[in-house]
Design a protein. Sequence first.
Lengths: 501, 354
Amino acid sequence: MIEAPSVPRLQTINLTKSFGELRACDGVSVNVNAGEILALLGENGSGKTTLVNMVAGLYKPDGGEVRVSGAPVAIHSPTDARRYGIGMIHQHFKLVEVFTAIENICLGMPRESTRRGLMARTLAFIEKYGLGVPLDMKAYRMSVAQKQTVEILKALVRGADILILDEPTAVLTPQESEKLFDILRKMKEAGCAIIIITHKLAEVMELSDRVSILRAGRNVGEFATAKTNPRELTERMVGRKVDLSIERVHAQKRPLLTLEDVSYAHAGVKLLDGVSFDVSGGEILGVAGVAGSGQKQLCEAIAGLTGITSGSIRLLGEELAHLSPREIYDRGVRLGFIPEDRLGMGLVGSMDVTDNILLREYRTQRGGFIRRKPVRRKAMTLVSDLAVVPPDINRAVSQLSGGNLQKVLLGRELMQSPQLLVTSYVVRGLDVNSSYTIYDLLNDRKKNGVGALFIGEDLDVLLELCDRILVMCAGRVTGILDAKHATRAQIGLLMTGSEAV
Amino acid sequence: MRIRFVRRMGVSAAAKLLLRFAAVVLALLTGALFIRLIGFSPAQIYAGMVKGVTGSTISVRETVKIAAPLCVTALGLAVAFRMRFWNIGGEGQMTVGAIAASYIALFHADLPQPLLIVLMSAASIIAAGFYGFIPAWFNARFGTNETLFTLMLNYIAIYVVQYLREGPWKNPKDMGYPKIAMFAANAQLPKVLGVHIGWIIALALAVLVFVYMRYTKQGYELTVVGESSNTARYAGMPVRRIIIRTAIISAALCGLAGMMKAAGADRTLTDGVAGGIGFTAITVSWLSELNPIAIVVVSLLFSALEKGAGYVQSTYKISSSAAAVLQGIILFFVLGSEFFIRRRIVLGHLHDKA
């Protein structure tokens, strides 16, 4: 344990919370001092979110105590939490979409606080921490990063100096994350106590002063960030030795996918602009770029979901441009696609594993009726092969955790024996274990001659996993690098639009 | 102290049953209070309602007669609702189906009865199917709002009947009184066990729709489109075609219900042929959670309520609006119990979720 210099600003002592049979938090004690950033690390389901939800007044603890500046407090609601200076930034933002930034900030404030006064306070915080956001912009027009900024401002204006952020970078680009970290560091210097929930180790190492690790609802370790390393943290987190290096397997290459001068414009905006590249079988081609640089359109163009304005997309010699997904399938070309929006596009949330596998299978069955029996067998195989938890093929997939959801989606796509796999942010929001399972699955297919297009956001992963990295900026390909020799700096430069020499 | 409603998941079957039972008891108690207030004996009125439904073979038959078109319409709507296509044009589609069937009934009554009935059914299905195609095509092509579109089409259909009644189809034998002639005996639905065969059609359709939704590719497709059209596109489904196809099936079923009502119950065409069934069917459909088998039961219960209220109204000389209030009270509690099956009341502060 690390000696706290004074009384912690926020402290939980043996907080316990059960949901039915499940002990989500089993006597968790953490503390954070003023002027400190504490990283709360743990796999999905380890109790991080439950813990902070108790502190934020969303859940009522079954046992234990919360202390603010040493004094025991009873937090029964978010209003109580606010009174003690606790502000929570949730993973899903809670802004009124049709309100502007400042309207959202003023919303629900006591009547005596005038709008002008609030405006002044907001501007002061913007000045102090560099929280740039247009205050008269409506929420629905904001980027995710801007919405997050508004949420932070909301908390600050309400007087929070204990800030809890639940996976704040899951939805941000590397650049936006950097900006957020700068802001958080400034807040720390100004004396705020900050708790950040994450499972990205690089961020923990970069940002935090201390790390508290949870596993299965219990404290399993606390470290000063300067005195630990990612390996130690991971081992504590998953509870066993792990190999953090991602394997780059080598496989026989053969020509597979070729894009030539592909452009796509929507409503006058060029979303893809003369994109040309190729992917070989037995190769993983990584795609780096700031979110919204055309990755989504690229994937959907290849998968036949959006048409293209000009150019050609050939897979194993078949021209795919202007073909619908059904037509592509009928040409005998097998293409697996893991879209970014897993529940909104890849899967049907309310349906069970069987019916989700049916999404790809039902058309191959003869006649007008559906036979679920063979599909159910496949679902059982998938669930047991990929160790989906819980192994229940009759459960609606929306009730699965992110990692297990992704296993179902990827497993289904692999079942088609695809020649090409298009994956978009395939490990986003997944914990370490699940991410490595996914990398292993991709490498396994690669060995068998499958080519993959891997849209990623973590440059370290791209550099380790992929054979080559394609960098996109504003719909253009700004460079294709050999991953063995490329550096983060090189990629970063290309992401901002400077062409490769 | 604050009152909040929290959504709940996974309510046990026993709890559901208990809640619904409680709702019925509360409804009866509140209804009793109301009956007392307007100066009648609750026991007598309730006994009257039961007697009105089950008192004689005739009253049971009457109840089934009300239930048949309601059930078929609700089945039709359920198909569309499963796709999240808000077809509230049941009234119009019933009416159009009835118009088409009436054309055959009025002008080709010389045909033998089986052929005539088949033709009338086919006409109602085709006409109503087309009436459902219109909003679906606009929705699939231009993304128009099907709720408004189908609602507006209701009025057009009803006014067409009024036009036919005042003009081309006016029965000259009714001496200037605007009425469409009664159907010939040939064009009326034959009876089985004393009720027109609509009830057999309704039962058969319930099974058919159940199988269609659960075990056919088309049923699977429309469910996926309802959940997410993006997922449907991703899976290579022809989304527009599915929307149009499903809306046509939905409307065709409503049209058939319209034919049943005209040729089975009314034995003529009036502008009240749908008479609100298209709207009641929305409630029936949702109360049954879009389950075709449940729809049969729920439409029978709805019809029993209707029949019972009608009986006490005529027997005890209760005003029709008071009978309607009584009906409303019972419905209010039953629908209300559905709200509480899905949500939990939380008093005071925000607590954990169950």
